[in-house]
Design a protein around this ligand. Structure first.
Ligand code: ZN
Length: 224
C-alpha cells in the first residue's frame, strides 16, 4: 500500500479519536507538506482555543525510525501536537518508544484497518505565524473579537467565500463574517523591509466571525 493511501485512513481515524472539526491531507505549505492535519476544540466553556495536530505517516519499512521521528518532530513549528504513524505488522518496540518519548513525539500504530495511539504527543507552542498559515490552508481563521476559530471559506479556490470584504451591512444580511486589512501594520512592515516594498496591496488580513457580526456588530448598526 502506498503512503498516500494511508493518509485517508489516518485522517478518518483522527477525526473520531481526537474529535477534530477540520482535517486535511497533504497540505502544501511554504516549508513542508504535512501528511495529515487536524484541528480540535480544547477551550472549554470560556474560550475558543483550538489545538492543531500533525501526523507524519510512514510505511514501517520505508526509512529508519529515528529519521522518521525527526521529521515528525519538525512539525511542531506548525502544530501543537506531532505524531508519527507507522503501518507495520509488529508493534513499536521498547527502543522505539524510548526514542519517540525522548524526542517528544506521539506514536500511532496503523495495523490493518485500525489505528492505535501508542504514545501521546506533548503539547507544543508553534510559531504563531506558521500556525495561522496552516489554519488558513484548512480554510480556518481567528476571530479578532471572540478569539475563536471558524470557517472562512472553501479551500482551495473560494478561500474567503464566507467573508465580506470590509462590508459589515452585507455581512449582517448574508450571515457572513467580515474580513478587513490592517494598513498601519502593513505599512510599518513594508517600511522596515519585513515585507516587500513593491507590494501595493496589504496582505495583513484579519477576520471577524459570523457570530460576532450577528450578535455584536449588528446591534451597532444605525447608531449615531
Ligand atoms: Zn467572533
Amino acid at each position: 500500500m502506498k503512503e498516500s493511501e494511508l493518509y485517508e485512513r489516518v485522517e478518518k481515524w483522527m477525526k473520531g479519536h481526537f474529535r477534530c472539526f477540520a482535517t486535511a491531507t497533504n497540505t502544501g505549505l511554504a516549508y513542508s507538506r504535512p501528511d495529515v492535519t487536524g484541528v480540535r476544540d480544547i477551550g472549554g466553556d470560556l474560550s475558543g482555543e483550538v489545538e492543531s495536530i500533525i501526523i507524519e505517516v510512514k510505511r514501517g519499512d520505508s526509512q529508519p525510525f529515528a529519521t522518521a521521528s525527526g521529521q515528525a518532530l519538525g512539525y511542531r513549528v506548525y502544530a501543537n501536537r506531532v505524531y508519527l504513524a507507522e503501518a507495520r505488522a509488529r508493534p513499536f518496540d521498547e527502543n522505539e518508544i524510548q526514542i519517540a518519548s525522548h524526542l517528544g513525539i506521539g506514536l500511532i500504530w496503523i495495523k490493518g484497518r485500525g489505528c492505535t495511539e501508542v504514545l501521546s504527543s506533548p503539547s507544543y507552542t508553534p510559531i504563531t505565524r506558521l500556525n495561522r498559515l496552516l489554519l488558513e490552508k484548512l480554510a480556518l481563521g481567528h476571530c479578532q473579537l471572540c478569539g475563536s476559530v471558524f470557517r472562512i471559506g472553501e479551500e482551495p479556490k473560494k478561500k474567503f467565500s464566507r467573508m465580506t470584504r470590509e462590508k459589515i451591512d452585507k455581512a449582517i444580511e448574508l450571515e457572513r463574517g467580515v474580513m478587513f486589512w490592517n494598513r498601519e501594520v502593513a505599512d510599518r512592515k513594508r517600511r522596515l523591509g519585513i515585507r516587500n516594498s513593491a507590494e501595493e496591496k496589504t496582505f495583513e488580513r484579519r477576520f471577524i466571525c459570523p457570530d460576532c457580526v450577528s450578535g455584536v456588530l449588528s446591534q451597532l448598526r444605525g447608531r449615531e
